[in-house]
Design a protein around this ligand. Structure first.
Ligand SMILES: [Zn+2]
Length: 484
């Protein structure tokens, strides 16, 4: 197994090396982190790859299609009419682009609707709150819920003051220290508060910057707590309620939500293949998720990823390139509900997972491209970093290919051993708009979008065209395989 990996690395490097006039690849001292190549060091003499990149950088297709998806299809909440339109749009787009086969695969998904909703501070001063119900929350009932607010900054504080929570609306007002540090209050805050007798839970939006906009996202109920309604407030309104509470002014809030869970229904992943010319049974998978939240139009999350997958495969056809292996585009459904689309893809394709050479997912927006993270063992990481070095020219600044996570949807097949690739971009402003009404088409920079098409098209071309595959073993298995 180890020897086949070495052969594969050699083959991948050969694809670059035959056209590179300069140095032989030098193994990095830390194989998990490839040094970011400077433009002057980047081998740039593969004319086919260079023409592909040039074409992608000047092609308006991705920008045009993303406008169409955001403005004409609109939001794509799972199981909504918009998502049904989006599935039809995706199928038609792949056919129009000239894919060889296009089909859908069923996925069992939650069906949730928001309905009308509002929240208002009723004492000690009256003012409307900028709120958005959290996805999969129950509603308040027709009379709403009015109660005093108990504001806490952490689960520890909630536990320490648990006796105060009975009959209150608990507000989690935690400081932003990155998405990972605050999202747990959005997903788990309702059940944590309900365990202590709270009537509803509010959470400060998980946002890096706020201009008064609340940010939604999935929540989930735990079985050991009553189901209480939960919503996000704008950062500003959460802060104001917190200051009133901390001053002992006992703010009261009335919350009204028609949100409803309707059980499960069927949605669809959309899949399209460009058949490989020599090894059509081997698959290079490129993906994004078609669903979005019902606020805004899901431009960065994840209209960008949907269009990047579509456009990076299509640009191969535009350049008359039909790589050795099949390039497969997957537009997953219901990522925002915990990625059942990715799990359904795994179950439908479990018997052919070993034919999946690599899977990439783009789900961080179309900001300045920065490289890729590779979810595989360090030998594969080093091989892909070396092979994709010529793509550094598309990055306006930093470029790095190193070990790291891949994506929520492809995670299901990556955990089974498929090489996973995450699409790296500058996420400085991603959580300014993420899951909010502000995630709309004008936040898309056409130059960055085109650069990302070039980066992803280059990666899938290199891997699909390489004489040998970079390997398909899960992390750790390659090295242990050497001892068998
Ligand atoms: Zn997303």
């Amino acid at each position: 197994m180890f020897r086949s990996t070495l052969l594969a690395i050699t083959a991948l490097i050969t694809l670059i090396g035959t056209v590179s006039c300069s140095k032989a690849p030098t193994p990095s001292t830390d194989p998990t982190i490839a040094p970011p190549p400077t433009l002057s060091e980047t081998p740039t003499t593969n004319p086919t790859l260079e023409a592909l990149i040039d074409s992608a950088l000047t092609d308006p297709y991705a920008y045009t299609k993303l406008a169409e998806l955001c403005d004409e299809v609109g939001h794509r909440l799972t199981a909504s009419p918009g998502m049904k339109r989006a599935i039809a749009w995706s199928e038609k787009s792949m056919r129009d682009a000239g894919f060889d086969s296009v089909w859908t695969e069923p996925v069992t998904v939650p069906h949730w609707t928001r309905g009308n909703e509002w929240a208002r501070c009723t004492a000690p001063v009256e003012f409307d709150l900028a709120m958005t119900g959290l996805g999969l929350s129950d509603g308040t009932g027709p009379n709403g819920i009015e109660a005093e607010v108990m504001a806490v900054g952490s689960y520890e504080e909630l536990d320490a003051r648990a006796a105060e929570a009975m009959g209150k609306i608990v507000l989690f007002d935690m400081p932003w220290k990155g998405y990972g540090s605050v999202v747990k209050f959005r997903t788990g805050g309702a059940s944590a508060a309900a365990r202590h007798g709270a009537l509803a839970a509010l959470v400060r939006s998980a946002a890096s910057v706020s201009l008064g906009t609340p940010h939604t996202g999935m929540m989930s109920y735990k079985d050991d707590a009553p189901r209480i309604p939960t919503a996000a407030l704008s950062v500003e309104d959460a802060g104001r309620l917190r200051r009133l509470a901390d001053k002992g002014l006992k703010p009261r809030v009335k919350l009204y939500m028609e949100a409803k869970n309707h059980g499960e229904t069927t949605s669809y992943n959309v899949i399209g293949d460009i058949k490989g010319r020599e090894l059509p049974e081997e698959i290079v998978l490129v993906s994004g998720h078609l669903d979005s939240w019902d606020v805004g139009t899901g431009a960065q999350d994840d209209g960008a990823g949907v269009v990047l997958a579509l456009a990076s495969a299509r640009i191969l056809l535009k350049q008359d390139l039909r790589p050795r292996r099949t390039v497969r585009v997957v537009h997953y459904t219901a990522e925002e509900y915990g990625a059942p689309g990715g799990k359904a893809y795994l179950e439908a394709h479990r018997s052919e997972l070993d034919r999946h050479v690599l899977a990439i997912e783009s789900d961080s927006g179309a900001f300045a491209p920065r490289g890729f993270t590779i979810d595989a063992d360090s030998v594969v990481v080093a091989a892909l970093a070396e092979a994709t070095a010529p793509l550094a020219r598309v990055a306006p600044a930093e470029w790095s290919v190193h070990k790291g996570g891949s994506g929520a949807d492809i995670g299901a097949i990556v955990r089974e051993g498929v090489i996973g690739v995450g699409h790296r971009v500058d996420t400085t402003h991603y959580f300014d708009v993420h899951h909010s009404r502000a995630d709309t088409f004008e936040k898309i920079d056409p130059d960055y979008l085109a650069r990302n098409v070039a980066a992803i098209a280059g990666l899938i071309y290199l891997v699909a065209e390489s004489p040998a595959r970079p390997g398909s073993s899960p992390a750790g298995q390659l090295s242990s395989g050497g001892h068998r």
